[in-house]
Structure formats: C-alpha cells, structure tokens
Design a protein around this ligand. Structure first.
Ligand code: FAD
Ligand code: MLT
Ligand code: ZN
Length: 506
C-alpha cells in the first residue's frame, strides 16, 4: 500500500508535449486520402486545408480548439458523415492508412479529449442528427449520435417524456458525446448514470466494422454487456453512431428552492433532512460555495438573490423536486422550509422558493451558468473529483492554502479557488481560476490535487473523463491491474491505436 506522497513520486507530471513521444506512429492526412474521402462524402461534408479549394484555417479553428480554449490541435481535415455506412468507410480507410481519428460531438468536453493532439483527422458527428424512433409506451428513444441533447429534450417534451440527463452544455453537446464521456449532470440523483439508462449502441469499430447493439430491450442477459465498454470510452474504442436510451416520464410538477447556509458544515445534515422529507420527489441537490455564487452573479448567470438572502451565507444549496402533483409537492417544500427554520439551531439562514417558471429557470441559471462564469472570469483549471461529501470544503480550502503557500494566490496568477457540484453524487467541481494557463500553476496543482483526492480514496474524474488532461493521473484512481486490463481491451479493439490517440491511456 502506497501513501499518496509515494504514489505522487512514482508518477511524473507530464505535459501533452512531453507525452507526445509515446503516441503511436500515425500518418497525416494527404491529398490522396482526401481524394478517397471525396468518393465517400459530398464536398460540403469535407473541410480541409488540403482540398483543391482549401477551407480557410479559421473555419477549422472551432474544431481544433476546445471549449475552454486550453487544448489546441492542428488538424487539417474535418469530415462530417451523414450515416453509419459513411463513418464505417472512413474509419476503415484510416485504419488501413494508420491515420489517427478524433471523434467529435459538440466539443464541450472539459478534459481536452475532443480535439487532436497533433494533426489527427476530426470526425464530426454533427451531420448525424436524426431521431430514429420513439416508443411512448416503453419510453425508449433511438437517435443518431449527433443529436444535440437540447433537441432530444425538445422532441420529448410534447410526448410527456424527458431525457434522463441534463447539463449546462445541453444546447451544444451531443448524445454520442454524452455517452462517450458518461456524462453525469444535474439529474443523475434522480435517473442514475448512463450505464443504466443507455439500452443499446451502434458503434463503428476501429477497423470499420459496424457493431449493431442498438437493442430496444429493457432486459438482455445474453453474455457480456459490450455496450458498457463504450460508455465513457471517450472515443478510444470506436465511433458511437446511434444510441438507444430509456427516457423517463415527464414530471407533472417541478419546483426548486435556493437555500442559503451559514456554514458548509450544515450541508450534510441538510442533505439528510431534505432526503427524509422530500423523499421520492427530490430530483437535484446541488452545492455552490459563496465565491462561486458571487462569480456566477458577477457574470450574469441568473438573477442575483436579494441581498438579505445572500448576507452571511457561506454557501448555497439548490434543491429541485419533480413529482406528479404540484400542490402536494409545494406543500412538502413549504413544510421543509418551515421545519428547517423552526428549530433552535437552523441549518439554513433562509431560502428562496421559486414562485414562477421564470424564477425556477433563474435559480437553475445560477447553478448551470457557473461553468461559463469561471471561463468569463479567467482561465479555470477544472478538477471534477469524487470525494466524501464532508470533505468538499476541506479540499477547496487545502487547495487554496497550498496555492497561497506557493505564492500564487492573487498578484495576477490565481484569482479564485472555488467549489460547486453535485452533492447527491459525491462530486465536487474544484475550479482554480487563473489569469492565464501557465506551467507554474499547473505544476503547483498537479499532482497536489490528485494526491489529495487519493488520500480520501476518491476519483480524479467523477464525470468529465480523462481525455488528454489526466492520462498521468489515472493511476491515482485505478490500480495497475485495472490499467493493464484497460490497455489490453484497447489493443484488442484498436491494435493500430488510431482511435483518439493520446487520450485516456498512453
Ligand atoms: P465532445 O466534447 O465533442 O467529446 C467528448 C469526448 O467524447 C471526446 O473524447 C470525444 O472524442 C468523444 N466523443 C464525442 N462524440 C463521440 C462519438 N459519437 N463517438 C465516440 N466518441 C465520441 N459533463 C458532465 O458530466 N456533467 C455536467 O454537468 C457537465 N456540464 C457541462 C457544462 C458546460 C457548460 C460544459 C462546457 C461542459 C459540461 N460537461 C459536463 C462536460 C462534457 O463532458 C459534456 O458537456 C458532454 O458530455 C460532452 O459532449 P460533446 O458532444 O460536447 O462531446
Ligand atoms: C457542472 O456540473 O457544472 C459541470 O460538470 C461543468 C463544470 O464542472 O463546470
Ligand atoms: Zn458536473
């Protein structure tokens, strides 16, 4: 058994440039390759600086740079197939020619997994955006991988169903990207992880074979459940082209309430009480520390709470209920609020109960907008970690203290260290907001943060994945046997290493 410090010493910190040497030997896209691709795709589906009529490099920028503008690729070519057959033909060719492929959905990933490390080909799923079927009796939705999450949600609303997944990036992220990152989001507390709600997948394997596991069965115990391997594989095992997912019946009533807490120590007892009282109608319990709240409001995310609500609050909790009867749910929420205040030592200072759909959305906007607020404030180093709930604040405080000890707090280097996240899932989002991304700050944070997580036997990725950011940190959350098995699985599917090279495993 290693202590975290010993583990840290065994694991060298590596920047993407320094690990590039361990990438497989892959070929760049050539004009000959483009000539082949143009037999598969119409000209409008090929963006390339190598074409006879070259695409301006500026048009490739949104594909080469990630959402945070932290990771940058140099791909010359983006292909946008319309169907699985085209994906299969492209992948087969790339495998024969040893060309690296980066599958790309909405490019909202936060770990640098969705952009190339060098000049790999970008395979965008955005032209595969059709809904294939929906059965309103079973609730099973089958959709192309490129469907945007919000459009699936809009499709299901009049059919009285909801996608069992919701996140701040819903307007851009795609269901294939959600599956490939095993996205968690704001509804996991209610609907569980995609490992449970995804019923089937269609995947193009690295040799071009189409794996049709697009079943619409709730139950299927015929041997190994292969689809699970692709959920959270971050494009390293194949290209997801179709998804069968169990939608949930739409709640007939949703309410939310923002609670202001005098101290972080009250969050856990509050969670226990809220679970006890709201029981089956509880659908979200989200934590926001004071600095995160202030930054959210500063950058226009939702309407600021009244000053008397905010005053004296160390943190906030957003509670959502989703149930079948508005009066019943509102009564439960009101009773909760009353009982929380009507004690000698209240867990909360006060709370704001949404009284209109606009206020409901505004309270959610404060929470959902935090990601954007951090990026508007500066350059956020984002750690999406699993740690015991009672350690959330300790992690944020220890990180802030460490940054301070290193002389990096303020003076233009690190501006804020903040925490928010999904209490119900034990998932803290630790954000260190700097003025710039610099090697000095990164070296101060890594392996410090990963080491800290290891001391709590936590996970270095609760939901965003490993991507390129955390390949060197995988060992903090997975033992050597697990990593070895993962490498063997990768080799079995992708012996030439063409699928999203340099991501997850190096
Ligand atoms: P991309 O960013 O395009 O890709 C992500 C990874 O999946 C890459 O490795 C890529 O190669 C691979 N990939 C994409 N599509 C496919 C495919 N069809 N086949 C194979 N591989 C593929 N994450 C959460 O878990 N919870 C949150 O609450 C959450 N909130 C967010 C809020 C904001 C504002 C932002 C910007 C991001 C958030 N994320 C969250 C992170 C992100 O993981 C999700 O937004 C989403 O799941 C990524 O989907 P995408 O289509 O953008 O995938
Ligand atoms: C969230 O919960 O808001 C997302 O996972 C994104 C983030 O960590 O900022
Ligand atoms: Zn999250």
């Amino acid at each position: 058994m290693f202590t975290s410090r010993q583990i840290a010493r065994r694991i060298p910190l590596r920047s993407p440039r320094r690990w590039a040497h361990s990438l497989p030997q892959l070929n760049s896209v050539t004009k000959e390759d483009l000539a082949h691709f143009s037999k598969i795709l119409p000209p409008s589906a090929i963006l390339s600086t190598l074409s006879a009529t070259p695409t301006p490099a500026s048009e490739l920028e949104p594909f080469n740079n990630d959402w945070m503008n932290k990771y940058h690729g140099k791909s010359t070519t983006v292909l946008k197939p319309r169907n699985v057959k085209q994906v299969s033909e492209i992948v087969k060719w790339c495998n024969e020619r040893r060309i690296g492929i980066v599958p790309q959905g909405g490019n909202t990933g936060l770990v640098g997994g969705s952009v190339p490390i060098k000049d790999e080909l970008i395979l965008s799923l955005s032209n595969m955006a059709s809904i294939r079927s929906f059965d309103d009796a079973s609730g099973i939705l089958v959709a192309d991988a490129g469907c945007i999450l919000q459009s699936l949600s809009d499709y299901l609303t009049p059919l009285n169903h909801v996608v069992p997944l919701d996140l701040g990036a819903k307007g851009s992220c795609q269901i294939g990207g959600n599956v490939s990152t095993n996205a968690g989001g704001l509804r996991l507390l209610r609907y569980g992880s995609l490992h449970g709600s995804v019923l089937g997948l269609e995947v193009v394997l690295p040799d071009g074979t189409i794996l049709d596991q697009l079943t619409t069965l709730r139950k299927d115990n015929t041997g190994y459940d292969l689809k699970q391997l692709f959920i959270g594989a971050e494009g390293t095992l194949g290209v997801v082209t179709g998804v069968s997912i169990l939608a949930a019946p739409a709640p007939q009533a949703s309410n939310n309430i923002m609670l202001a807490l005098p101290k972080f120590d009250n969050v856990l007892p509050l969670y226990r009480e809220v679970k006890k009282q709201l029981c089956e109608i509880l659908s979200a319990f989200e934590f926001i520390d004071r600095t995160a709240y202030d930054l959210g409001v500063k950058h226009g995310q939702g309407r600021a709470l009244d000053s008397e609500v905010v005053e004296g609050a160390e943190c906030f909790v957003l509670v959502e209920t989703s149930g079948g009867n508005r009066e019943h749910d509102e009564e439960k929420l009101n009773n909760l609020l009353e009982s929380l205040l009507d004690v000698d030592h209240p867990l909360i200072n006060t709370g704001v109960l949404a009284s209109s759909p606009a206020q409901f959305s505004s309270l959610w906007a404060i929470r959902e907008g935090l990601t954007e607020a951090m990026s508007k404030e500066g350059k956020p180093y984002k750690y999406d970690i699993s740690v015991p709930l009672h350690k959330f604040k300790e992690v944020v405080d220890k990180t802030r203290d460490h940054i301070k000890e290193m002389g990096l707090l303020h003076d233009g280097a690190v501006k804020y260290v903040v925490g928010y996240g999904h209490v119900g899932d034990g998932n803290l989002h630790l954000n260190v907001v700097a003025s710039e991304y610099t090697p000095e700050i990164e070296a101060a944070l890594e392996p410090f943060v990963y080491e800290l997580v290891a001391t709590y036997r936590g996970s270095v990725s609760a939901e965003h994945g490993i991507g390129v950011m955390k390949t060197h940190a995988l060992q903090y959350s997975k033992d050597a046997t697990s990593i070895e098995l993962m490498k063997r699985i990768k080799h079995l599917f992708d012996p030439k290493g063409i699928m999203n090279p340099g991501k997850v495993l190096v």
